[in-house]
Write a protein that binds this ligand. Structure first.
Ligand SMILES: Cc1cc2nc3c(=O)[nH]c(=O)nc-3n(C[C@H](O)[C@H](O)[C@H](O)COP(=O)(O)OP(=O)(O)OC[C@H]3O[C@@H](n4cnc5c(N)ncnc54)[C@H](O)[C@@H]3O)c2cc1C
Length: 384
């Protein structure tokens, strides 16, 4: 036996699981195909939005609350500034479907928020060119997560706590044996008591058939613009935002380099066959829609795309993550399938995965995240 726990993939979630596990055991080993926070993983692109206001399942809210606490703990343990608290704006047509759904979830969760009229919004945040029927909701707890710093800080803290790391070590296979899990990379093999698979867009390669059918790598792209006056788009003055006004949508974050501002069309993830070679260039249609939207939404940005990139993430067919053991009693635990929204909760998901995989407790109310939901789904499809 080579140790208690192995974590395959030290990206967004694997790094946090490693950090959390390093508080629970002196025997945790991380395997990463390249290097933690490498630029072709879902860590790429500098920042991710952290927002407490969202549309969707209220069941996720406790994980979000816990994640927020854990981001602060990671900052305290490592001395790194990871979550820049900028506040957040959700902007949309007043009483339209976006803000109505967001406020419904927000009221159920009891999350702090402030509703801003069009006039208040225009006065406080003149960077946004509003439509006549737009209004907004302010999230005082939102901010921008610095992804590369978060992942390297978590891995560094885990190593300081005694974790072992193997970089440039892609795992080829995982096999449950009588007393543990055998994992291989080329000629090398190790056996651990239990294994967490956190290999993001690449996870299908290590999945049983029933999960492969429910998961697919997606390409998500990002675009950046130069501000005419960089101070207007600094973290102090420009909260992270998500906007759906009529037929146009965009989300983004303030400048982290003092020059460029991230502003990207929302909901444009699309299947991509190979996570290793996600097309990084934008199509003519993507470029023109992005430029048209920036031209309308942000008169203070030059509308030319000065930087763009694209990254893989694993999407599930119901757009909820896969968190849990493969089966009851299995020693293989999956933490993947974050479907374009996992980073804000990476610390919370990492804590759940580390505790459950090590048998240090289980978390209730997470049936909607468990891998088995796809097993029963397929089993109950009526035969024709
Ligand atoms: C462009 C973009 C914008 C996004 N915006 C937001 C946002 O604003 N807010 C938000 O909350 N979420 C956002 N997301 C989603 C979030 O970033 C992802 O859900 C999350 O980062 C996925 O993390 P992961 O750990 O599953 O994958 P990754 O971070 O990609 O980590 C997987 C790691 O596993 C390694 N690996 C793969 N196979 C193997 C193997 N066989 N052996 C060893 N290592 C292996 C990879 O090299 C990689 O390092 C966005 C995603 C993208 C792509």
């Amino acid at each position: 036996m080579d140790g208690k726990l192995a974590i395959i993939g030290l990206g967004s979630i694997g790094s946090m699981a490693l950090w959390q596990a390093s508080h629970l055991t002196g025997s945790v080993t991380g395997f990463e195909a390249h290097a933690p926070a490498h630029a072709r993983s879902a860590v790429g692109g500098d920042t991710r939005l952290f927002r407490m206001l969202y549309r969707g399942s209220p069941n996720l809210y406790p994980i979000l609350q816990r994640s927020r606490t854990l981001w602060a703990e990671l900052e305290a343990e490592t001395g790194q500034n990871i979550l820049t608290r900028t506040g957040g704006l959700s902007i949309g047509t007043k009483d339209g479907p976006y803000l109505t759904a967001l406020l419904q979830t927000t009221n159920t969760n009891g999350a702090d928020h402030v509703i801003l009229s069009r006039e208040e919004m225009a006065e406080r945040y003149p960077q946004h060119n509003l439509r006549p029927d737009d209004s907004a909701v302010f999230d005082p707890n939102a901010g921008a997560l610095r992804t590369d710093r978060a992942v390297t800080a978590a891995v560094g803290a885990a190593e300081a706590n005694g974790a072992t790391i193997h970089t440039n070590t892609p795992i080829d296979s995982i096999t449950e044996t009588g007393d543990g899990v055998l994992i291989t990379s080329g000629e090398n093999a190790w056996t651990f008591e239990t294994v967490i698979v956190a290999s993001g867009g690449w996870s299908r390669r290590l999945m049983p058939d029933y999960l492969q059918k429910a998961a697919e790598p997606y390409r998500i792209y990002l675009t950046w613009f130069v501000a005419k006056d960089a101070a207007e788009f600094s973290p102090e003055r420009f909260p992270v935002f998500s906007r759906i006004s009529g037929d146009r949508s965009m989300y983004g974050a303030p400048s982290v380099d003092g020059v460029t501002v991230k502003a990207t069309l929302d909901g444009r993830g699309a299947p991509t066959p190979q996570p290793d070679s996600v097309p990084r260039g934008l199509t003519a249609a993507e470029i023109s829609e992005t430029m048209d939207t920036v031209t309308e939404f942000f008169p203070g940005l030059l509308p030319n795309i000065v930087r763009s990139d694209a990254f893989p993430d694993l999407f599930t067919s119901d757009r909820q993550p896969l968190i849990g053991h493969l089966n009851e009693g299995s020693k293989i635990y999956f933490a993947t399938g974050f479907s374009g929204g996992g980073f804000k909760n990476a610390t919370g998901y990492g804590e759940i995965a580390a505790h459950e995989a090590l048998g240090k407790g289980s978390f209730d109310g997470l049936d909607f995240l468990r891998p088995q939901r796809f097993k029963s789904f397929h089993a109950t499809i009526p035969k024709r």
